[in-house]
Design a protein around this ligand. Structure first.
Ligand code: HEM
Length: 303
């Protein structure tokens, strides 16, 4: 087969598949079916180990692994570029060998199908396991290029974007190093930390009573679903009996005292580490003996 006829055929296939797949979302049955058809079409129209093999929706691990092994075997014939986008990745993976082109397209189609149908692969590898857990949040578009495939994967979830970036780097390493890295585990991206930093706050909880007013109320945090307040009572002061309309917890962080709860005002000794849950509308009272500091967590209804 000449390069020209290969190119024309690729161009026609490109248009057909572009029309068929653009805008498709993972997790939707209609998309899964389109992907199956796409994969099948691809397999049938290229020479190579994938030719004529029909891929069932229920996953054929052996076949996918064969393709993957062949890709590793041919890694030196594969070129790849990765563009990291704010919302995902755009990759171009190509080869000048038509058989390798077919393998690449077959693999990507098969993996698309696996993501769509929730049929994980490489579950021992943390990155892959997480990608499959998040598959419903990945949008994947594929376009045949002259010598391979262009894949655009995006997500509106920042964490999933990090996964896509890491995965794309992992594929590039497969291409660069071949079999040597086939069994290498990919840890979850360091961005786990980034995610946590962006969504967490270290609160200035004091762990000693210290000096100050007899009654000190300091709001440490208010956010979706909860409000945290540190209350310090000094010199035997008392927080008189009252009730909250929301469930709370009280944790003693310093000093000592007595917490009285419920209509019977059942007494609980407060000392550092004591943690008590109190239901909404339950009466409670705190007496410092002589000083106590507690962390009050209010569970607000609003998320
Ligand atoms: C030389 C080896 C390999 C090549 C050339 C290759 C190529 C690709 C390409 C081009 C994509 C589209 C996404 C992207 O470009 O980043 C992809 C996706 C995928 N590959 Fe591979 N791959 C290889 C090895 C593997 C292996 C060993 C596995 C697992 C056993 C695997 C599983 C997947 C999965 C699950 C996806 C879809 C997930 C996603 O794109 O986020 N691949 N691969």
């Amino acid at each position: 087969m000449t390069n020209n006829s290969e190119q024309k055929r690729s161009g026609r296939a490109n248009q057909r598949q572009r029309g068929m797949l653009r805008g498709a979302y993972l997790g939707m049955m209609v998309v899964a079916l389109a992907a199956a058809a796409w994969a099948q079409q691809n397999v049938q129209q290229h020479d190579g180990p994938g030719q004529g093999r029909m891929r069932g929706m229920m996953g054929e691990g052996r076949q996918d692994m064969e393709t993957i092994h062949s890709l590793f075997g041919a890694h030196q014939k594969i070129s790849r570029s990765v563009k990291k986008l704010d919302n995902g990745v755009e990759t171009v993976t190509e080869s000048s060998d038509p058989k390798v082109q077919a393998l690449i397209r077959e693999h990507v189609g098969a993996m698309y199908q696996r993501l769509s149908a929730g049929q994980p692969i490489r579950m021992w590898d943390p990155l892959y396991a997480e990608i499959f857990r998040q598959a419903g949040k990945i949008k994947m578009d594929m376009f045949n290029t002259e010598k391979g495939i262009r894949v655009i994967e995006t997500s509106t979830d920042a964490w999933v974007v990090k996964l896509l970036h890491s995965h794309a780097d992992g594929v590039s390493e497969f291409v660069e190093k071949g079999m040597a890295v086939m069994h290498k585990e990919h840890p979850l991206p360091a961005a786990v930390l980034g995610k946590a930093v962006a969504t967490m706050k270290v609160l200035p909880l004091r762990t000693s009573v210290g000096a100050g007013k007899d009654k000190e109320v300091e709001q440490l945090f208010e956010g979706p679903g909860r409000k945290l307040v540190q209350i310090t009572l000094r010199n035997n002061s008392i927080l008189e009996t009252h009730k909250a309309t929301l469930p709370i917890t009280i944790q003693c962080v310093a000093g000592g005292g007595v917490l009285k709860v419920g209509d019977a005002l059942e007494a609980i000794e407060l000392k550092p580490g004591v943690l008590v849950t109190i239901e909404a509308n339950a009466l409670h009272k705190i007496e410092a003996k002589p000083d106590v500091s507690i962390l009050l967590t209010q569970f607000t209804a609003k998320l």
